[in-house]
Design a protein around this ligand. Structure first.
Ligand code: SF4
Ligand code: ZN
Length: 739
């Protein structure tokens, strides 16, 4: 490795370890060695210490041990030693840097000095599960960690949108000469969040550790990398090299650097060296010394002096990412990176639906001769005829035809309309059916975005994603009040007909269920069995969806499984289903009960919408959703529970479920069903209220709904029990759940 880099990086590692030691000493002096230290919402302690040292840090005193290890690593490197880009000294110095940065950043949580405002800090395990899986299954081709800033704000915006339209996740940490790219984006009102694939960690370069502790946890969660193993460093390198395509981008020069030609700070070099340990190469717009031969990273380690306009393409080549750019004839960028983007009121040109006007979308199949492929019609005012700030009615009618298309596929395709439209930059889309809410931003309108472009998006994406069943697509979009009203009535009939169809289906009605093995990419022994009355635990697959998915692609993740002989009708156990899961779980499971939480319950991968768990004191179960960050009455947060429930093991008393299952008549019917629900997180209870109330009414216990406690009534078992007694909850007098 270049001598300049070697010296600067080793110097940087020393500086960071010294700083960490000083800050730790000061914090211990103020709070004592026993004071707790933790990042929020993680079961991985301080992930870098866990991964590299096998150390489960919980208190300040533990960090002394971590830094002693960092010192030892540094002690092994003679100062000014030529730094070779191979395992050995590089790893040592890089790991020392990572350990020091994890100390510095975790102390911010102890001392209450975490940067706020636009900075997001540490990423909790819940987000890791949702987003990390996208890196593993290829929905995101990789991530970039950017340190520094561009000269002009508009370059920063262009660069970030370039990444977003390629679905590349962007982490940001550090600054150059006091400017950080995240600040530039904030000035340009670019929304930064996990939803828009842009995550500002912190202004100091040490905050880059959050990108690496994210990668470390991904490797432990999804990659089976064992923490604390002496080979952890090599394993993580191998894992990230193959599975997580990431790189570091250094933008702009730093001030006050020591060596001529060094251009960026010692700490940044040290951090870059840490990233190289993860197999992440570095690309820079400034001419720092290059390291071109391939070694740890299978490609160049440091490539520099790349012009901003070329930097994304160069980085993609460098890291060997596979990128699918969507060619859709619309005047704004398009990609999953824009999917979660909101359009704020001040930035909005016009809107449709929400609480302002009627708006809906409907996808129907039509006979071949009635569909002219690619035809897009707008009936009513176009964007050019609309007044800024106003709300208009909207009906998006998609008509498809295909030799192998079936009516059951309609709702599967219709549900994707949201995702497809949301991927256009500057377009906000929420909801489905007749509760949609759409906004077109001023920026998109100024670029020439028209109503007809919704049609262009839908035609392109329906063909793209459903080529096996869709031969022709046409789209009619109405923005005329009277027409929208008239069509809405017809649409409502279609929606309720569909609801009745799956809603009225029972598990007894069908001879076969469907399996889903999509999550085996990271929970290799997990199989979801999806029945009409119990959807997949991620909430994304109903029985009808699985059926459609199988018909669309027989070699996909869903296939029909015969029920065979019934072993236990109450608990939901069938002979052929047992045989199937034994094979598909690699012999890990012999049997399971679809409607029981206590006896051989269904396993969970990790992406459950909710977790149901037994509350022993209350003789019932609680249900908590993924967004609830508070404490549940069994003394565990969602993320702690998730750590225990996931991974494809059967754990009596706990099961991951989809939200729709909560209102199913088969909800843990083996143990008495809905009467067992004693507690739900409030937001979840509100979300499922309508369906749950209907189900309870049918079961003859409509009063039960109000008896279910939320965090507002109780957060611990004692309070919960008091509450349940005060409302005379039926669970208290049911047969004992536990032996
Ligand atoms: Fe399929 Fe189950 Fe994973 Fe959902 S959670 S994708 S249903 S395996
Ligand atoms: Zn899953």
């Amino acid at each position: 490795m270049s001598k300049v880099i070697a010296t600067a990086a080793i110097r940087g590692a020393h500086k960071l370890v010294e700083r960490a030691e000083a800050e730790l000493a000061a914090t211990i002096k103020a709070k004592g060695k026993e004071a707790p230290v933790a990042y929020p919402n993680t079961a991985y302690y301080l992930p870098i210490m866990l991964l590299f040292l096998g150390q489960k840090v919980t208190k300040l005193g533990d960090l002394e041990g971590s830094l002693q290890e960092a010192r030892k690593l540094l002690g092994r490197i003679p100062a000014n030693e030529l730094w070779l880009p191979y395992l050995g000294e590089t790893l040592d110095s890089g790991v020392a840097t990572l350990l020091a940065e994890e100390v510095i950043e975790s102390l911010k949580y102890v001392n209450g000095t975490v940067e706020n405002g636009i900075w997001l800090g540490f990423t909790g395990d819940n987000i890791l599960r949702q987003q990390g899986i996208k890196l593993v299954d290829g929905r995101m081709p990789g991530f970039v960690a950017i340190a520094g800033a561009t000269q002009k704000n508009e370059d920063a915006v262009k660069l970030i949108q370039g990444f977003q339209s390629r679905n590349i996740l962007v982490f940001m940490a550090g600054h150059s000469k006091g400017r950080a790219i995240a600040e530039q984006l904030a000035e340009e009102r670019i929304e930064m969040s996990w939803d828009t694939f842009t995550v500002p960690y912190g202004k100091e370069i040490t905050a880059a550790i959050h990108a690496l502790n994210f990668a470390a946890r991904s490797a432990m969660t999804f990659g089976g990398v064992e923490p604390g193993n002496r080979k952890a460093a090599t394993q993580i390198l191998m894992y990230n090299k193959e599975r997580v395509h990431a790189f570091v981008m250094a933008l702009g020069e730093d001030e006050g650097v020591l060596d001529e030609g060094q251009l960026i700070s010692d700490e940044k070099y040290a951090t870059a060296a840490g990233a190289i340990n993860f197999g992440f190469p570095v690309i820079a717009d400034i001419p720092i010394p290059q390291i071109l031969p391939t070694g740890i990273c299978t490609y160049e380690h440091v490539v520099s002096g790349v012009r901003l306009e070329e930097i994304i393409n160069r980085a993609i080549e460098l890291r060997g990412m596979t990128i699918k750019i969507e060619e859709i004839p619309i005047p704004v960028p398009f990609g999953a990176g824009f999917e979660g983007e909101r359009v704020r009121k001040e930035d909005m040109f016009v809107q449709f639906g929400g609480k302002y006007t009627e708006a809906f979308e409907l996808l129907r199949m039509k006979p071949m001769e009635q569909v002219e492929d690619g035809r897009i019609e707008v009936i009513g005012p176009e964007v050019g005829d609309m007044k800024e700030g106003q709300a208009y009615p909207l009906a998006i009618m998609v008509e498809v035809a295909g030799r192998d298309f079936q009516q059951d596929f309609e709702s599967v395709l219709e549900r994707r309309v949201h995702e497809f439209i949301s991927c256009a930059h500057g377009i906000f889309h929420m909801g489905q059916r007749s509760i949609i809410w759409v906004r077109i931003s001023k920026e998109a309108a100024a670029k020439g975005f028209q109503i007809r472009h919704f049609g262009d998006i839908l035609v392109a994406k329906m063909h793209d994603e459903f080529s096996r069943i869709v031969d022709r697509v046409q789209v009619k979009i109405y923005t005329e009040e009277s027409k929208v009203q008239e069509l809405l009535e017809g649409a409502r009939k279609v929606y309720s007909h569909r609801d009745d169809k799956i809603g009225n289906m029972t598990d007894e009605d069908v001879e076969e269920y469907y399996s889903c093995t999509l999550c085996q990419s990271y929970a290799p022994n997990h199989v979801c069995i999806v029945t009409p009355q119990r959807l997949g635990l991620c909430g994304a697959y109903t029985w009808l969806d699985c059926k459609a998915s199988f018909q669309i692609n027989e070699h996909g993740p869903n296939e029909p499984v015969k029920k065979g002989e019934t072993i236990d009708a109450e608990k939901g156990q069938w002979k052929s289903i047992n045989d199937y899961i034994e094979v598909k779980s690699n012999g890990n499971l012999k049997k399971f009960n679809a409607y029981s939480i206590m006896e051989e319950p269904m396993t969970s991968c990790g992406c459950f919408e909710c977790i149901a768990a037994v509350v022993p004191e209350a003789n019932g179960v609680m249900i908590v959703d993924r967004d609830f960050t508070g404490m549940t009455p069994i003394g565990m947060t969602f993320s702690t529970l998730a750590g225990q429930v996931g991974g494809g093991q059967q754990i009596p008393g706990f099961t991951g479920i989809g939200k729709m299952y909560v209102s199913s008549h088969k909800f843990i019917s083996g143990e008495g069903g809905h009467k067992r629900i004693v507690w739900m997180s409030k937001q979840l209870k509100e979300e499922v209220a309508e369906r749950l109330k209907t189900a309870l009414a049918k079961e003859g216990c409509p009063e039960l709904f109000d008896k279910i406690a939320t965090e507002e009534n109780a957060e611990d078992p004692e309070k919960l029990l008091e509450y349940l007694q005060s409302v005379d909850h039926p669970a208290l007098t049911m047969p004992a759940l536990l032996g």
